[in-house]
Design a protein around this ligand. Structure first.
Ligand SMILES: NC(=O)N[C@@H](CC(=O)O)C(=O)O
Ligand SMILES: [Zn+2]
Length: 437
């Protein structure tokens, strides 16, 4: 069996909430030992001095576009972008063509993910057929085929009764329901956050209430059904408040926030920047402050990217006509490390939001650095800086509002199932015994 030693790094333990110096020894696809590694001349040695060693990062919300929109991204390019971003695993949302609403498509996504041989790819199945919100998708079959959660992401299930039934089934299957909370009647026709900037730009707004009304209903249905509700991409202060209250009452609800929502405000849209057009929209400074508070106090469990690649031609149109969404995999760690320097999160909290909590929500074995655990590991150099250049992305698309930003604190390598991938030149590997799978 292949042996890999991550040597001399600082291990970040999200559960104990502490940092400590240790080598991590991997044998085959498992972590064999944490602590001083005995000399082993047959092992591949990664010099991790000055690096943070975290459980492999998990991005529970990405759009990989395959099948159907391979010109934007494929499972292979998306899984490569994930690695370059420091992620050992991603969950692929079902808004593909066809929609991932059957065991066949779930199986296809899993197979393509394995064939790509990069970050692990886990499929999320649709809640309703075609995500049309009319009838339930075959949740049981999809669960058996490997769906890790259910969602009609991109759309809110408008029919409350259908959502109730979907939640009842998902609860029986032990899978979370991920809700894109947006009342389409309230946000109808909107292209950015409803507020002063939208008025100045003459663009139609999407009110914070569109999100909050949907969050409130779904929390009520989660309480009714006992289903684990996970709220995708929370963007408003009111939504954070509703989730905080629901958690205090013991409702089984968890939530995620994206790096773009905790970093940018609606002012990023100025100049009609279509790369800042995203759903939910970028909000106000008060919302950003509330999202950070929610991250710090545990109301928001997860940081997920909502990586939403679109082709250049699609974004180079009038603001109203451009599709919603931005890529996020390759800028997430740098933007999140800024929160640590700002004092919003500690490093163990960052690790919890990017790996331990998503693993717990999805029922994965990963998310922990423990002897015997799967060998999924991410190395971050907290001092490494880079200017964001979309041309250098592994993703097929470059639709990011962060082009030209200087990011500090970047992933340098990822271990997936015992296999080492250097993703930035910082780390010199010792003996180059090429890993066989
Ligand atoms: N986030 C976005 O703006 N777009 C997503 C869909 C979604 O998650 O809403 C996409 O698939 O492009
Ligand atoms: Zn969404």
């Amino acid at each position: 069996m292949t042996r890999l030693i991550i040597k001399g790094g600082t291990v970040v333990d999200p559960v104990a909430g502490k940092l400590f110096q240790a080598d991590v020894t991997v044998v085959g696809d498992r972590i064999a030992h944490i602590g001083k590694a005995p000399a082993d001349k047959d092992a591949t040695v990664v010099d991790a001095r000055g690096c943070l060693v975290l459980p492999g990062l998990i991005d529970m919300h990405v759009h990989l576009r395959e099948p159907g929109y391979e010109y934007k991204e494929t499972i292979a390019t998306g899984a490569a972008a994930a690695l370059r971003g420091g992620f050992a695993a991603v969950c692929a949302m079902p808004n593909t063509r066809p929609v991932c609403d059957s065991a066949a498509v779930v199986g296809f996504v899993l197979e393509r993910g394995k064939a790509a041989g990069r970050a692990r790819v886990y499929p999320v199945g649709a809640l309703t057929r075609g995500s049309e919100g009319k009838e339930l998708a075959p949740l049981g079959e999809m669960r058996a085929a490997g769906a890790v959660a259910f969602s009609d992401d991109g759309r809110w299930v408008r029919n409350g009764n259908l959502m109730r039934r979907a939640m009842e089934y998902a609860a029986m299957l032990g899978a979370p329901v991920i809700s894109h909370c947006e009342d389409p009647d309230l946000s109808a026709g909107g292209v950015m956050h409803e507020g002063v900037t939208a008025s100045v730009l003459g663009l139609r707004g999407m009110p914070a209430a569109a999100e909050e009304v949907a969050v409130a209903r779904d929390i009520i249905l989660a309480a009714l059904t006992g289903c684990h509700l996970h709220i995708a991409h929370v963007s408003t202060a009111g939504a954070v408040r509703l989730i905080r209250e629901a958690k205090a009452r013991g409702v089984k609800v968890t939530a995620e926030v994206t790096p773009h929502h905790f970093t940018l405000t609606d002012e990023a849209v100025k100049g009609y920047n279509t790369n800042a057009k995203v759903n939910p929209p970028l909000r106000t400074p008060a919302d950003v402050a509330a999202l950070k508070e929610g991250l710090a106090d545990g109301t928001i469990d997860v940081i997920a990217t909502d990586h939403a690649p679109h082709a250049r031609e699609e974004k180079e149109v009038e603001f109203d006509a451009a599709p919603f969404g931005m890529v996020g995999l390759e800028t997430a760690v740098g933007l999140t490390m800024a929160l640590v320097r700002e004092g919003v999160l500690t490093l163990p909290q960052l690790a919890a939001k990017l790996t331990t909590n998503p693993a717990r929500i999805l029922g994965f074995e990963g998310g922990l650095l423990r002897e015997g655990a799967p060998a999924d590991i991410t190395l971050i150099d907290p001092e490494l800086e880079e200017t964001v250049e979309p041309e250098c992305f592994a993703s097929k698309s470059g639709n990011t509002p962060f082009a030209g930003w200087r990011l500090k604190g970047l992933p340098v390598g990822v271990v997936v199932g015992g296999r080492w991938f250097a993703v930035r030149p910082r780390v010199a590997t010792g003996r180059r015994t090429r890993d066989k799978k």
